[in-house]
Write a protein that binds this ligand. Structure first.
Ligand code: AMP
Length: 396
């Protein structure tokens, strides 16, 4: 089936039009500055990119601009929007209500709205994308694919926080986890690469601008590093990862920050950017560290150290590990980062083959022949997962 995959943010909207069976991408692009002025970048394999300034006061105009360019006789890839069989939407937070993807109907929209307090930045934007598509393509089936859904198999001991239980019961405070579509895709690929054993223990390292690890037993998520929100876990590009809550009280008292300012610091000014003062981008950090910038080196060391700690924790929590997967921008492309993270993990049976590890953005086994634990690089493909879920639900 031909599926339009939509990832709507508050002022941006990414799209990909693809075949859910072959994974072929016919066109993809990005609407930016929605609500400000509006810019569309449209890419078709084998052609020059198209960049257009188009007024986009709301997501409706953005979706309309995407559909217009897709059917444009010169720049487009289809003759009519009827060729779009279904639309798949990435939705950040599905709470505990959504353990899998679902057809968007009134009930689903209500449930996504209910999750707004849990995903206050993303869910309203995701809903704007959904509502715009419903308005413009009322007859086309729409499907919601949740970032949290894959993690809903976590046992209570992994998802409960050690705070009064009433906050879980009354207010839904628990670990949810994110990047679920990516973890689902790469963990399934890893099981396949292991030869589809009946039992498997896999650690997926999604290392990008936002990063998270997951521990997967027999293909199902058993634990993950992000929490109620995507701030938790280990340091990321600009996010702090787990911090001692005492720091909040201390800094808020010292500088008079309110909670919004404090969270802005933890979300936007922390992580490797905060430590280094150089950049949130790992390529910039590599360059700076190579030139002797000690704080850039410290930021990289801290990242590596914390990822190793999570790998160790998940290995013992699962009682072993069969494969470690590296994915997302850093995981797929940083040869050095994979090598440094695996350094010293011989104690749990990990042995990297440095030659094989000399690879970027390809699905490959990079472990040494005698490594007890396989190490895989698996480029993630969240769009394909969304398209596949969308096709299978839209068919029924
Ligand atoms: P993502 O959020 O998955 O797009 O990943 C973005 C991150 O991947 C950024 O921090 C980039 O610096 C990092 N990245 C991309 N390519 C490389 C590379 N060749 N070496 C190191 N980091 C990279």
């Amino acid at each position: 089936m031909k599926i339009l995959v939509i990832n709507a943010g508050s002022s941006s909207l990414k799209y990909q039009f693809m075949d859910s069976d072959s994974g072929e991408v016919f066109a993809k692009g990005l609407c930016e500055r929605i609500g400000i002025d509006g810019k569309l970048t449209h890419k078709v394999p084998g052609r020059d990119d198209v960049k257009n300034d188009i007024a986009m006061p709301t997501h409706n105009e953005a979706i309309q601009a995407v559909l217009d360019i897709m059917v444009d006789p010169q720049k487009g890839v289809i003759a009519s929007t009827d060729e779009i069989d279904a639309v798949g939407h990435r939705v950040l937070h599905g709470g505990a209500a959504f353990t899998e993807s679902c057809i968007i109907d009134d009930k689903c929209i209500e449930a996504i709205k209910k999750c707004i307090p849990l995903g206050p930045l993303h869910n309203p934007a995701n809903l704007m994308g959904i509502e715009a598509c419903q308005k413009i393509m009322p007859k086309t089936p729409q499907v919601a694919v949740f970032d949290t859904a894959f993690h809903m198999t976590m046992p209570p001991k992994a998802y409960i926080y050690a705070i009064p239980y009433e906050y879980y019961e009354k207010d839904d405070v628990r670990r949810y986890g994110f990047h679920g579509t990516s973890h689902r895709y790469v963990s399934a690929r890893a099981v396949d690469m292991l030869g589809n054993p009946a039992h498997s223990k896999i650690i997926c390292c999604h290392l990008g601008n936002g990063s998270s690890l997951s521990a997967c037993i027999d293909g199902k998520c058993a634990d993950t590093s992000m929490g109620l929100g995507p701030l938790a876990g280990f340091p990321m590009g600009t996010r702090s990862g787990d911090v001692d809550a005492t720091i909040l009280e201390y800094l808020m008292g010292r500088y008079g920050y309110d909670i919004k300012e404090m969270l802005n610091i933890l979300n936007k000014k922390s992580g490797v950017l905060g430590i280094s003062g150089v950049s949130s981008d790992f390529r910039d950090l590599d360059d700076a560290a190579a030139k002797g910038n000690e704080r850039a080196q410290l930021a990289l060391d801290k990242f590596i150290y914390e990822v190793k700690k999570f790998i160790g924790a998940y290995t013992t929590a699962m009682g072993g590990v069969d494969a470690i997967v590296f994915t997302a921008g850093i995981g797929e492309n940083s040869i050095d980062m994979r090598e440094k993270i695996c350094e010293g993990l011989e104690c749990i049976g990990v042995k990297l083959d440095k030659e094989k590890n000399n690879v970027r953005g390809k699905e490959v086994d990079v472990s040494a022949a005698d490594s007890k634990v396989k190490v895989f690089v698996i480029p993630t493909n969240e769009e394909l997962m969304i398209a596949m879920d969308t096709a299978s639900l839209a068919k029924n």
